[in-house]
Design a protein around this ligand. Structure first.
Ligand SMILES: Cc1cc2nc3c(=O)[nH]c(=O)nc-3n(C[C@H](O)[C@H](O)[C@H](O)COP(=O)(O)OP(=O)(O)OC[C@H]3O[C@@H](n4cnc5c(N)ncnc54)[C@H](O)[C@@H]3O)c2cc1C
Length: 486
């Protein structure tokens, strides 16, 4: 198959399934689909197909299955692990037209949605009924519920309420051969094999999610948001540990370092964060008004024990939203600093946060590239954000080496190579460092049950077979001692 187009018969069959105008093959359109938000890896698809509903997804998948053409589902393309590239000539099923909130069942506290619904849109629908959808990735104004479920997305509030998988009650799927099934359902308790759970976090390699049945929870009576500003990141991390050790259960514990603060304060996301601080720790608590008052006071007292430069509590909802606009806009603000970004995703036990952040600084100095840090500190989930120019092969090599070193260090500290962005293409070569051969073989076997020909989002998550490797990117096997190019 040519890298630039589809065989005419295949194209005709896809057009018959979704309508001519919903099959994109011109170079300009395809350019927008050649990567997700990790632009280090690119591969132009042969076509992008935009189905309107589950029947059309099914029709497309049947055609692609019969033709033996690789394909991947796409939500908003905000993924940060190179999770939805298809080999040249493959097809992207872009689900952005499947964006209807089908039902909010207030009594059962359940929402039924199509996969292309943007996370924050569901939030707005739920809020009209005094409810909310808890998973709140910083990308929530853009990223979709389908993408969130496929990546098992986290977010600031997930420290208290858990990642996406804890809020997905059921999924409607189209399997790799075109069969349609429903896994799980609105009843929280089920004695079936948990295929719903298997789909969450499967990075689009087990099934295409065409419908989601989601748990909603009540809005809290009150919320308290505050931040402490500290001289450095290590002190902010120690304050995080102290808050958890005291038995408090905040909704969110988020750290931003000075580079992130400056990027935010220089942008439209300005939040009034102190520029002189080496780091800020944002804490949010929720509950009844009395609980919030008690917990916020306890947090303030603990922050006060860590030599804060400043402690500030949001005085009203506008102030609170301004703080969150700064935190959630930080990724966008940092994106202004260079043509490309590599936003990492690693996990360490909270007690090792200060140590890993020191290591990140050390590595960043060796790369000569700027790194900013903003992270879900409560979960020990770090996101070093490297700014670089992807047109410069030397800078690309440096960020790849840096990110590998940092993730290997996370493993050395008893952590993990991913908390919420998935493995994708970015980290599949590191799976062998986290899991042994038997574990990987078991994962591969499980996946093959659902994706026997590896047509559905091939080459992601698990170490690649040789044929696939050539289609994308051959990772070098690096070690913690790897030297940077002179
Ligand atoms: C500025 C910024 C901030 C971010 N903050 C966070 C954060 O706080 N927490 C977090 O977890 N992530 C965060 N992310 C990463 C990203 O937004 C999440 O991974 C998100 O869940 C991806 O959603 P999406 O709709 O963009 O999915 P896409 O990028 O389109 O796809 C991601 C993966 O899901 C698969 N997929 C998508 N839709 C479906 C479907 N319907 N069926 C099957 N597979 C599907 C794709 O094949 C791909 O493998 C951030 C990204 C950016 C750019």
């Amino acid at each position: 198959m040519s890298a630039t187009g589809l065989p005419p018969l295949l194209r005709q069959r896809l057009e018959a399934a979704v309508g001519t105008e919903h099959v994109l093959t011109d170079a300009g359109s395809l350019l927008a689909y050649e990567s997700d938000a990790l632009t280090l890896f690119r591969c132009q698809p042969g076509a992008v197909v935009l189905p309107a509903d589950a029947q059309q997804v099914q029709a497309c998948v049947q055609v692609l299955h019969e033709a033996g053409v690789p394909f991947a589902a796409r939500g908003a393309g905000t993924g940060l692990s190179g999770g939805l590239l298809v080999p040249a000539g493959g097809v992207i099923l872009a689900l952005s037209r499947m964006n209807r909130v089908l039902e909010i069942d207030v009594e059962r506290r359940v929402a039924r949605c199509e996969p292309g619904v943007v996370n924050a849109v569901l939030g707005r629908h739920a809020a009209q009924h005094g409810l909310r959808y808890a998973p709140d990735p910083a990308s929530q104004t853009v990223s979709t519920l389908g993408g969130n479920a496929a990546e098992n997305a986290g977010g600031p509030q997930c420290f208290l309420h858990g990642n996406t998988t804890q809020h997905v009650l059921g999924v409607e799927v189209v399997l790799a051969d075109g069969r349609r099934e429903t896994w799980g359902g609105p009843h929280a308790l089920s004695d079936d094999l948990d295929l719903r759970g298997f789909a969450c976090g499967s990075e689009g390699s087990v099934a295409v999610l065409t419908g989601l049945i989601l748990r909603l929870i009540p809005q809290p009576e009150a919320v308290g948001t505050l931040f402490g500003a500290f001289a450095d990141v290590a002190t902010a991390c120690r304050a995080v540990s102290a808050i958890v050790a005291a038995g408090l259960q905040p909704l969110a514990l988020e750290v931003m370092d000075q580079r992130a603060i400056h990027a935010v304060e220089d942008s439209v996301y300005r939040a009034g964060l102190p520029r002189e601080a080496g780091a800020v720790l944002i804490v949010e608590v929720e509950g009844t008004a009395a609980q919030v008052e008690r917990d916020a006071a306890a947090v303030e007292a603990l922050l006060g024990e860590h030599a804060p430069l400043q402690i500030e509590r949001a005085q009203d909802e506008a102030h609170r939203l301004r703080i969150w606009k700064g935190r959630k806009g930080a990724g966008g603000a940092l994106g202004r600093l260079a043509p490309d970004s590599l936003v990492m995703d690693g996990v360490v036990p909270r007690s090792h946060l200060a140590e890993i952040m020191e290591f990140v600084e050390e590595v960043a100095e060796q790369t000569g590239l700027p790194v900013a840090n903003l992270f879900h500190a409560g979960d020990g989930n770090i996101h070093p954000h490297f700014s670089y120019d992807g047109r410069d092969p030397d800078q690309c090599a440096r960020v790849e080496i840096a990110s590998t070193k940092i993730l290997l260090k996370c493993l050395e500290l008893d952590g993990s190579i991913s908390g919420e962005h998935g493995i994708g293409l970015e980290k599949q070569h590191l799976m062998e460092s986290q899991f042994d051969a038997e574990e990987l073989a078991l994962m591969q076997q499980l996946r093959r049950v659902f994706n026997p020909a590896d047509l559905l989002n091939p080459g992601k998550g698990l170490p690649m077979k040789r044929g696939c490797a050539e289609a994308f990117h051959r990772h070098r096997h690096l070690t913690l001692d790897e030297e940077f190019p002179a």
